[in-house]
Design a protein around this ligand. Structure first.
Ligand SMILES: Cc1cc2nc3c(=O)[nH]c(=O)nc-3n(C[C@H](O)[C@H](O)[C@H](O)COP(=O)(O)OP(=O)(O)OC[C@H]3O[C@@H](n4cnc5c(N)ncnc54)[C@H](O)[C@@H]3O)c2cc1C
Length: 399
């Protein structure tokens, strides 16, 4: 593709959100939609999840991850979305997309850009689990790539760290391919999925889930040895699952306003970033969520992008601050005063919290609600109809 051509809408990331947005933009009548994907195949995270559990809401069918990814790619291609593989965004410089390809670095300009680069699991090195480094300690993503893409079984027994829904995806994958999961370890005091899942998993997979395990240690020799409370478990491998971090480092380096709680860029209710013309959707804005959520969110982002193509008004942002501990993520973090879209805040806590969630406008209390937060539940706060000005300060706190 010629570098000097101005693309109408460029999408960075050809996973669930990027492809869903591209499809919706085409349906809205946008002619020129280009997806840049760094991998050699489009489809994103679902490509490596060989189990079923995708597409129930979007396609009214239960699909495996690869089937779901292929359906999105086919729908995009049928609508003549241009998908460029092996194209990785390196940075955004003076409004230009600097992209590395097999043929070197290329610069592209686009009227509108959507970032949909997803999220990745936190590897063991960043989770403060002590002990030796070992090649047999991998993430769920790596486990599933070994099995579903390379047809390799990396080890015959393992311990899974984490108890998010993706940890159970790792458990199912291991069970399906004959890997014995000797234990699951959750460092926090609570399992991070709906309570009915734990007994099913323990009964079906015959794996004990240990919660509140602090200071675990991995000893590495012929086998890995785990100290779980006072018990020792020996396995061939370990999977560090969940604890997703948005793939946003490139944007932070490129000067997009960054939110430390979310470890990602600021985003408004109409999916605009702090820079005009640049939008974001999917797991990049907060970490992992189910694919159908990313799909519907990306469709909404497409509508905002389409509206903005015909609207020269600059967004006017008011920042939403969150000053409570233990928040895993909250979004949107900006209100665009020039958007007709209603503003609702979604908040997810790391662990169990009970209290009153309060919204302050210029330090004056304007809304409160008693909540009981669970680590698997997202709390949505309604937006109180207030006439906001760009100089206003909005703060959310759990008391
Ligand atoms: C192991 C696992 C199991 C899961 N199981 C389920 C399930 O059963 N059901 C369900 O609903 N959801 C499941 N999910 C969640 C679902 O897959 C994701 O929420 C969804 O795919 C997120 O979509 P996304 O577009 O935000 O990110 P992704 O699908 O991850 O797509 C991001 C894309 O961006 C590309 N990219 C990243 N950086 C760049 C760059 N700099 N330049 C160009 N391209 C880039 C990546 O290569 C990738 O293709 C699972 C996720 C995982 C990891």
């Amino acid at each position: 593709m010629k570098q000097n051509r101005e693309i109408e809408v460029a999408i960075i990331g050809g996973g669930t959100a990027g492809l869903s947005c591209a499809i919706e933009l085409k349906k809205l009548g946008v002619k020129d939609v280009v997806v840049f994907e760094r991998a050699s195949k489009a489809g994103g995270a679902p490509l490596h999840c060989g189990h079923k559990g995708f597409g129930i809401f979007e396609f009214k069918r239960v699909l495996t991850g690869p089937e779901y990814a292929e359906k999105l790619v086919k729908n995009a291609e049928d609508l003549e979305v241009d998908i460029y593989l092996n194209h990785t965004l390196l940075r955004v410089e003076d409004g230009k997309l600097v992209i590395i390809t097999n043929k070197g670095i290329k610069n592209f300009r686009a009227k509108r850009v959507l970032f949909a680069t997803g999220a990745r699991e936190t590897p063991r090195s960043q989770r403060l689990v002590s002990g030796m480094r070992d090649i047999r300690i991998i993430t769920t993503g790596a486990l599933q790539r070994f099995i579903y893409q390379k047809n390799q079984i990396p080890f015959k027994s393992s311990v899974i760290y984490g108890s998010e829904i993706v940890s159970f995806s790792a458990l199912k994958t291991e069970s399906d391919f004959g890997i014995k999961t000797k234990a699951m370890i959750e460092e926090d005091g609570e399992i991070k999925v709906y309570p009915f899942i734990r007994p099913i998993a323990e009964k079906f997979f015959k794996t004990t889930i240990h919660k509140g395990v602090k200071n675990s240690f991995i000893n590495s020799g012929k086998n890995l040895k785990f100290a779980i409370n006072s018990k020792e478990i020996e396995t061939e491998g370990a999977v560090f699952s969940g604890s997703f971090t948005p793939e946003s480092a490139v944007l932070r380096e490129s000067g997009f306003k960054y939110n430390l709680i979310n470890s990602s860029i600021d985003i408004s209710q109409d999916f605009q970033t702090s820079k005009r013309g640049f939008f974001a959707a999917g797991n990049i804005i907060r970490g992992a969520y189910a694919s159908y959520k990313c799909h519907y969110e990306a469709k909404e982002a497409a509508k905002s992008i389409w509206l903005s193509l015909n609207n020269e008004d600059d967004p006017i942002f008011v920042e939403i601050e969150c000053s409570s501990k233990n928040i895993e993520w909250y979004y949107p973090t900006l209100v665009n005063l020039n958007s007709p879209k209603k503003f609702l805040t979604n908040i997810k806590f790391r662990d169990y919290q009970k209290g009153t969630l309060q919204i302050y406008l210029n330090e004056k209390l304007i809304y409160e609600k008693t909540i009981e937060a669970k680590p698997y539940k997202v709390i949505t706060l309604p937006w109180i109809d207030q006439k906001l000005k760009s100089t206003n300060k909005v703060r959310i706190e759990l008391k």
